[in-house]
Design a binder for this molecule. Structure first.
Ligand code: BGC
Length: 410
């Protein structure tokens, strides 16, 4: 008898007792991201669904998308894949995504997910992805003690004020801007710079409509000139640094600022830092009242039998309001559902939820170019290339403007 009990216990521990399983491809590999993902893993495992993890590091998901292509080509897609905006649409067009309409109708997703997200979660009237959050890219993260030591008493509200504050931080002996020299990180900064320089209508013309006059304009030139100013704020070792290591420089008081989406907050929280006390969050100067969003969604691939049943459980777990609160509190994002209360969120999270709701009503909510919600990957990657070569001094601002126009016709 004892032996049988021991064997059963061993089975439980080894996970072999799970009746169903899901395989999930994602790029949540930093400390804060992994902590958030654990909330989902735990919830599913409580329901008897085993989680087979397929992590592929790299912000923005470029590497993850490459790994995915190989799996789909081999006829063996994962159950679910973390995906951004136009990538979802691209896969939907290939006819490889599952139809989630039954669970979506049963749970009323249509009523609780904002239309801006549904534009990507649905294709041809079918739900194909479950949105887990809304992030936004036009944020700045700062170390409070560094700002105090540098004599920055007021948070910068315009680009020029930001440059003044950064100069003070540098003067006080700190690195002004923690940055990782990877194309998607430079593009993330560019989202905020273009919004700040040109405003919401200009951003829409340039990045959503791919209007050649806007892309080739003096406003775009000024945006690149500002990128060149920002380039002077980074340390000499910035090249190819991961974003979470850049966040750590602000967390550890080596640097004053990081311009990054609100997934950065997950790193601060994971390091036990408190918003308002240890660090502050504010909108990229000049973009107050505007939100450039991206939403992590789990695109569901066509899988058969048992796998399909587990997939529906995963989709339903992602859309659970309690989960959307618990997950996003840790992740730094805000819920994709509009009916989740902000009570569990810290001040940055509450601000994020309020900003999103206001931007949605005032029509100042735009898809992030850097994170796949403005243009398809082919054009996004062509924009990345221009922005990065400019940031690294390989082309000047005038040439960059010209190349942006050409990239839009990619
Ligand atoms: C995703 C975030 C992620 C970040 C860095 C973004 O594209 O939307 O969820 O934390 O990349 O990995």
């Amino acid at each position: 008898m004892k032996k049988i009990i021991a064997a059963a216990a061993a089975l439980l521990v080894s996970g072999a007792s799970f009746a169903q399983s899901v395989e999930v491809l994602h790029w949540w590999t930093s400390g804060g991201e992994a902590a958030a993902l654990n909330v989902l893993k735990g919830n599913l495992e409580k329901q008897g669904v085993k989680w087979n993890d397929m992590p592929v590091a790299g912000g923005g998901g470029e590497q993850a998308m490459t790994a995915l292509r190989a799996r789909v080509t081999a006829g063996n897609p994962p159950t679910a894949v973390q995906m951004l905006g136009f990538d979802i649409t691209d896969w939907a067009k290939q006819g490889v995504l599952a139809d989630l309409n039954a669970v979506a109708a049963k749970e009323g997703w249509d009523k609780t997910v904002p239309k801006a997200l549904q534009a990507f979660s649905k294709h041809d009237g079918k739900w194909i992805a479950a949105p887990v959050n809304v992030h936004s890219t036009n944020w700045v993260w700062a170390n409070k003690e560094v700002l105090d030591k540098a004599g920055v008493t007021k948070l910068p509200a315009s680009f020029d004020e930001f440059m003044d504050a950064a100069a003070k931080v540098q003067k006080a002996g700190f690195i002004a801007l923690a940055h990782g020299g990877q194309p998607w990180q430079e593009a993330t900064i560019f989202d905020g710079v273009v919004l700040s320089t040109g405003g919401i209508d200009f951003y829409r013309k340039a990045f959503i409509s791919k209007d050649k006059a806007a892309l080739g304009s003096d406003t775009m030139l000024k945006s690149f000139e500002r990128m060149a100013q920002i380039r002077k704020l980074v340390d000499k070792d910035f090249s190819n640094r991961d974003w979470n290591l850049a966040a750590a420089m602000v967390i550890n008081g080596k640097a004053g600022f990081q311009i990054m989406g609100d997934w950065a907050k997950g790193e601060f929280l994971n390091a036990k830092k408190v918003p308002g006390k240890d660090f502050v969050c504010f909108r990229f100067p000049g973009t107050q009242g505007m939100v450039s969003f991206n939403s992590d969604q789990f695109a569901m691939f066509k899988v058969g039998g048992d796998k399909a049943a587990a997939q529906v459980k995963l989709a339903s777990a992602i859309m659970d309001p309690g989960f959307q609160s618990a997950f996003n509190v840790v992740k730094g994002s805000v819920p994709a559902r509009t009916d989740v209360p902000d009570t569990a969120f810290d001040d940055c999270g509450k601000k994020g939820m309020k900003d999103l709701a206001e931007a949605n009503t005032k029509n100042t909510l735009v898809g992030s170019m850097a994170h796949g919600h403005a243009v398809p990957a082919s054009i996004k990657n062509a924009f990345y290339d221009v922005i990065t070569r400019h940031f690294n001094g390989q082309i000047d601002s005038k040439a960059a403007v010209k190349e942006m126009v050409a990239a839009a016709s990619n």
